[in-house]
Design a protein around this ligand. Structure first.
Ligand SMILES: C[S@@+](CC[C@H](N)C(=O)[O-])C[C@H]1O[C@@H](n2cnc3c(N)ncnc32)[C@H](O)[C@@H]1O
Length: 227
């Protein structure tokens, strides 16, 4: 797969953050959900615990729990230092401080790690990577992508984004992507060309406000559906 653990910084969000980032209703939480690039987030573990049906796909899942834990420990302080240095780029209300951010993320990642071995055996954590997913067409109702597409706009081209979103729309009836900002906190310049192309191909594309904002101005998701 060519995915090197030394190059990645595992960082996982909580279940509550996922529900808010994607404005998920109780009904939607009961659907068949695919999480693309979920990494060490707690969403899969907690939703499964509540009886939900979710599969997460991420190249990180090719590694074992100890390797992932070691990498989290090795990189966690660096991520928090960056948050301290760029404090003004974030909204400190629900998450009141960098220290609280660190605690919240570590709880989420511990929840993931505690679930990972059983979840991988059950087929809930699948090693794979966009833009090519190892699932049959129409396998899911909803595909979610948090903090991967658009966030890494400097590293991932508009063509990659198009391929990735088309692929998610192949395996799911609806796709939601959050945030629409880059790592630097700027609106991604890929949003306009990617949405224009997918509309031209006949997909319905909607910008929707969500009840979540941590990066300043990062409170919108894109929703894609077949036309
Ligand atoms: C910033 S993390 C976000 C984790 C999680 N979605 C969250 O919001 O807490 C980005 C994730 O994208 C994953 N990733 C990297 N390349 C990918 C690819 N080609 N397809 C899917 N996921 C990928 C990384 O392994 C990492 O777990």
């Amino acid at each position: 797969m060519g995915f090197n653990l030394e190059h990645i910084v595992p960082w996982g969000r909580s279940y509550a953050e996922y529900v808010a980032m994607f404005a998920l209703s109780r009904f939607e939480l009961q659907q068949r959900i695919l999480g693309c690039g979920d990494g060490p987030a707690a969403f899969n573990a907690q939703l499964t615990g509540q009886g939900g049906r979710i599969v997460s796909v991420d190249p990180l899942y090719a590694f074992d729990a100890e390797q992932i834990r070691d990498r989290i420990v090795a990189t966690c302080e660096t991520v928090l230092d960056q948050a301290r240095q760029n404090r003004d780029d974030y909204v400190w209300d629900v998450i009141p401080s960098v220290e609280a951010l660190g605690r919240m993320r570590m709880v989420a990642m511990e929840t993931f790690l505690a679930d990972f071995v059983a979840g991988r055996s059950a087929g809930r954590y699948v090693a794979g990577e966009l833009p090519s997913l190892p699932f049959a067409s129409g396998s899911f109702d909803l595909a979610l992508c948090s903090h991967f597409l658009f966030l890494y706009s400097s590293q991932l081209s508009p063509a990659f984004h198009l391929q990735a979103i088309r692929e998610m729309l192949r395996v799911a009836r609806e796709v939601r992507v959050f945030p629409l900002l880059t790592l630097e906190g700027q609106p991604s310049s890929h949003v306009a060309p990617v949405t224009a192309e997918l509309k031209w191909e006949g997909f319905r594309v909607e910008h929707r406000r969500v009840p979540y904002e941590f990066q300043h101005g990062g409170n919108e998701m894109l929703v894609f559906r077949p036309g």
